[in-house]
Design a protein around this ligand. Structure first.
Ligand code: PLP
Length: 392
C-alpha cells in the first residue's frame, strides 16, 4: 500500500467489542482488573492507554519502525531519548538545531553529567574527527531548522555505528511522508508531532520511534517510569490530524515551491533557503533521502528592519513560532523560536537577524502570493520613509 493509504488504514480500536469506526478517547486514568492479582492489557494510563497505543503503533508503522512512544511534547520525546545516556556519556550534535533542543542540550544535560559537543555535519570529516569513545548518541535534524541545511543521514549513521553510538534524527520538518530516517540507518527518530504530524496547531505532542526491540524496551521504561506519555485526548487529536498528513503536505508543498520561486525572483530578497534550492551536493543528498522539499522556507533581505516590516505587514501569515500547520505562519527565528539558544552558543549557530521563516499552509496559493506581495510593497515603503526620517 502507498503511504497515503497507510495513513488511513489501521485498526482504530483493537479489542473494542463495539468495533468503532474511529478511535475512542479512553479518557480514564485506571482500568478495572478482573481480580486482585490478574492484570489486563491496561491498568493505569501512564503505563498504557488504548488511545495512545493506537497512535503509537500507527506512527511506528509509518516511520518503518517497530515501536513508537508518544510524549506530551517534542522536547519530552527528545528528553526521553537522552535518558538512554548515563553520566560521562557524550552527545555529538549537529550545530544547526531547533532552539529548544539547544537549551536542553546545553543548560540541562550538562548538569546531569552529559556533555554535548556540536559540529557542522555538512563536513563529515569534522564529524569523524569529533566523535569520541564517550559519544553514545549522534543527534541531527535534516533539513535543519531554520536554515534548511541538508545532512547526509546514511553517512552519519555509518560514522555513529562505526564508533558504537546510536544515531537519532529529528524528523519534524519532513515527517515520515517525505523522509524515513530508520530506513536510512538511524536508530531513533524523534518528532515534534506538534508540527506537521498533527498539522492543526491544536495539540502539543512528541514521538520517538525505534526498530530495535531492546531499545524499545528501554524507551518504554523511561516513558512509563518518568510519566511524560501523551494524554488520551491529545493522542486522539494527533491521530485525527495525521490522517490528512499526505493531503496537507501535497498541497502545502506545492504552494511552498511556488512561493519559494516567487521569493527567489523578488528584488528585495537576497537569498532563499529551501531544500530544493540547495547547492548541487546538498540537493543530491536530499533527493537521495527524502521525497520532497516540505513546506518551510527561510529567506534574508539584507535588512533586519525590512524583514521585520514584511513579517508584520502580512495578513494571512500569522506571526507565530512553530511551523507545519494548515494555517500559514511567519516568524523571525532570531527573535522568536531560536531566542532560547544560550548566548554562549550563539557564535556556533548564528541566525541572521534579517532571517524570515515562513511555513506555508493550505490556503489558496494565489491569496498567499498576493499577501506576500503586498507585505513587501508596504514594508519597502515604510522602510524607505523610516530611513529618510533617520537621515534627517
Ligand atoms: C518544535 C520543535 C521541537 C520541539 O517540539 P515541541 O513539541 O515544541 O516540544 C523539536 N524539534 C524541532 C525540529 C522542532 O521544530
Amino acid at each position: 500500500m502507498k503511504f497515503a493509504t497507510r495513513l488511513l488504514t489501521f485498526n482504530p480500536a483493537p479489542g473494542d467489542r463495539h468495533t468503532p469506526a474511529n478511535t475512542p478517547i479512553y479518557q480514564t486514568a485506571t482500568f478495572r482488573q478482573s481480580d486482585a492479582t490478574e492484570f489486563g492489557e491496561y491498568d493505569y494510563s501512564r503505563s498504557g492507554n488504548p488511545t495512545r497505543a493506537v497512535v503509537e503503533k500507527h506512527i511506528a508503522a509509518l516511520e518503518g519502525g517497530t515501536r513508537g512512544f508518544c510524549f506530551s511534547t517534542g522536547l519530552a520525546a527528545i528528553t526521553a531519548v537522552t535518558r538512554l545516556l548515563v553520566p560521562g556519556d557524550e552527545i555529538l550534535a549537529c550545530n544547526d538545531l531547533y532552539g529548544g533542543s539547544y537549551r536542553l542540550f546545553s543548560r540541562i544535560l550538562p548538569k546531569r553529567g552529559i556533555q554535548v559537543r556540536y559540529v557542522d555535519f555538512s563536513d563529515l570529516d569534522a564529524v569523524v574527527a569529533s566523535i569520541s569513545d564517550n559519544t553514545k548518541l549522534v543527534y541531527l535534524e535534516t533539513p535543519t531548522n531554520p536554515l534548511l541545511q541538508i545532512i547526509d543521514i546514511r553517512a552519519a549513521a555509518e560514522i555513529a555505528h562505526h564508533r558504537g553510538a546510536l544515531l537519532c534524527v529529528d524528523n519534524s520538518t519532513m515527517s515520515p511522508y517525505l523522509q524515513r530516517p530508520l530506513e536510512l540507518g538511524a536508530d531513533i527518530v524523534v518528532h515534534s508531532a506538534t508540527k506537521f504530524l498533527c498539522g492543526h496547531s491544536d495539540v502539543m505532542a512528541g514521538a520517538a520511534v525505534v526498530s530495535d526491540e531492546e531499545l524499545g524496551q528501554e524507551l518504554y521504561l523511561i516513558q512509563n517510569g518518568e510519566g511524560a506519555g501523551l494524554a488520551p485526548f491529545d493522542s486522539y487529536l494527533l491521530l485525527r490530524g495525521m490522517k490528512t498528513l499526505a493531503l496537507r503536505l501535497d498541497r502545502q508543498q506545492s504552494s511552498a515551491r511556488t512561493i519559494a520561486e516567487l521569493l527567489d525572483a523578488h528584488p528585495a530578497v537576497e537569498r532563499v533557503y529551501f531544500p530544493g534550492f540547495a547547492d548541487e551536493e546538498q540537493l543530491r543528498i536530499h533527493r537521495s533521502q527524502a521525497s520532497g522539499d516540505g513546506a518551510v522556507i527561510s529567506f534574508v533581505t539584507g535588512d533586519p528592519e525590512l524583514s521585520r516590516a514584511v513579517v508584520e505587514a502580512t495578513k494571512l501569515f500569522a506571526i507565530t513560532v512553530s511551523f507545519g500547520s494548515v494555517n500559514s505562519t511567519i516568524s523571525l527565528p532570531n527573535y522568536m523560536s531560536h531566542a532560547s539558544i544560550p548566548a554562549s552558543l550563539r557564535q556556533l549557530k548564528s541566525i541572521p537577524a534579517d532571517l524570515v521563516r515562513i511555513s506555508v499552509g493550505a490556503e489558496d496559493v494565489g491569496d498567499l502570493v498576493d499577501d506576500l506581495g503586498q507585505a513587501f510593497e508596504f514594508a519597502s515603503r515604510l522602510n524607505v520613509s523610516a530611513k529618510a526620517l533617520a537621515a534627517d
